[in-house]
Each structure stands twice: as C-alpha cells, then as structure tokens.
Write a protein that binds this ligand. Structure first.
Ligand code: ADP
Ligand code: MG
Length: 237
C-alpha cells in the first residue's frame, strides 16, 4: 500500500496582517481519509496549500511523508490535451510503453473507455472531474488532497462521484485529505471529520466515523454524524 502521513503542530498562517489559521494540530495516519469542513473563507484552501508545501506556514511544524497531489474545484484539465494526454501528465517519467499501459488502466478505472481521444470540452462536468482525480491518482501519489472537488456538480452527479472515489480508493488505497463545505460529503466519505472555526481558524470539533465504505447517505451512522457536525457548527433546526 502506497500512502503517506502528515503531522502538524501549532501551525499558524497569515497573509500580511490577515491571520487565517491559528494553532492547528493534526496527525493523519497512512491510509486515513480525513475531511475538513468549515465556513467559506475560514482557511481550508490555505491549509491544503500548506499541507502540499505550496505555501510555507508563518509558524509551526509540518512533517509529511510521501508525495502529494491536489485536485481543485476549478477545472484544471488542459483543454488542448485529450483525456489520455491529461492523464499522462500525472505520470512520472516512464518509458512510452509503460505510460500507455498506465493511462489505459486508469481510463478503465475512471470509466471513460471510448473517450480516450476526447477533449475536455466534449465531456460532462462529472467526466472531467473523473479525469482530474484519475490524473492525481495515476502517478502513484501517496496523499490525495481534494479541494471542494465536487462542488461544481449537481447533487446526483456528486453522489455518483463520491461512489467512484470510494471504488478508486478501494482499488488503490491512499491517504486522503478532503476539504469541503458539504457536510454530508464529509460524513459519507471520511474516517474522521474536522471542523474549522471562523477565521482565524482552528480545529474546534473532531468526529471519528466508524462505518465501512461505501456508505449510503441515508445510513444511520452517516445521518447521526451529519447531525453532530451541524450541531458543532452551531446549526439548530
Ligand atoms: P476557504 O478555502 O476556507 O474558503 P481560503 O483559504 O481560500 O478559505 O481563504 C482564507 C482567507 O484568506 C480569506 O479571507 C481569503 O480572502 C484570504 N486569502 C486567501 N488567499 C490569499 C492570498 N493569496 N493573499 C491574501 N489573502 C488571501
Ligand atoms: Mg477554498
């Protein structure tokens, strides 16, 4: 199993005078699926940028093992490359034959057989998202970071994509950090859900969800977890 771990202690980050993250502590074990939820603007994307090494924290300790790939909400595919071409970009330096094999294998996993030569504009939003996730998984990345990956999709496609992600992870286990404002997405998918406060954000609530995947959104364990997270975020029905 190829996965990585993360350990952060007393991590804080500011953009100039704007304090965004304050005293974050987090340990993620290899193969764990952690979801981070929080209000818009609380610093979720900033936290992922710190975890992936794209940003350096203002203070605190961050240790990471393994390689990282991030999938963003925004359409990150290259429009001038086909599905195959985009997937091949996720691969490390391999000889042409191994690259072809790996791409063709991933095309099957993401359910896009027959669309290898299609360009992104000819695909639906859900299909494009699958290529993005496939590209991130292709190179054997140890830690998959997902930044609101399904938020542009309609509800049904989102449910399907969650299922696809579970299947891909079953096939190829990874450590996953999912950042989302969709609480149900977090409780349906994650082993552990963390709630961030308003900015400057710290982790104000943590919930372990011990229900085997794939999980139905209506399963009692998922519904109970959603209720608990909503309560922690101050929601009263
Ligand atoms: P989230 O992903 O939770 O919506 P972000 O991490 O994108 O939050 O942003 C947190 C805060 O930091 C916001 O107030 C945002 O305006 C600010 N911010 C984000 N990126 C930058 C940047 N590069 N420079 C200055 N401020 C930023
Ligand atoms: Mg964000």
């Amino acid at each position: 199993m190829s996965t990585g771990s993360i350990r952060i202690k007393g991590l804080s980050h500011s953009y100039g005078a704007t304090a965004v993250l304050k005293d974050i502590h987090l340990d993620v074990s290899p193969g764990e699926f952690v979801a981070i939820v929080g209000p818009s603007g609380s610093g979720k994307s900033t936290l992922l940028s710190l975890l992936s090494g794209y940003l350096k924290p203002t203070s605190g300790v961050l240790e990471r093992t393994g390689t990282t790939r991030t999938v963003h909400q925004a359409d990150g595919l290259y429009p001038w490359l086909t599905v195959e071409g985009n997937l091949a970009l996720g691969l490390p330096r391999l000889d042409a034959a191994s690259k072809r094999r790996a791409v063709s294998d991933m095309v099957g996993r993401i359910g896009l057989v027959g669309f290898e030569k299609s360009f992104p504009h000819a695909l639906s939003g859900g299909m494009r998202q699958r290529v993005e996730i496939g590209r991130a998984l292709c190179g054997g990345t140890d830690v998959l970071m997902l930044d609101e990956p399904f938020s542009a999709l309609d509800y049904l496609t989102r449910l399907k994509m969650r299922g696809e992600l579970c299947r891909l992870l079953e096939d190829q286990p990874r450590t996953v950090i999912l950042v989302t404002h969709d609480i149900e997405e977090a409780t349906q998918l994650a082993d552990r859900v963390l709630v961030l406060s308003e900015r400057p954000a710290s982790i104000v609530y943590e919930l372990k969800i011990d229900v085997p995947r794939p999980r139905d959104v209506t399963a009692s364990g998922v519904v109970d977890a959603t209720k608990a997270v909503l309560k922690a975020m101050g929601y009263e029905p």
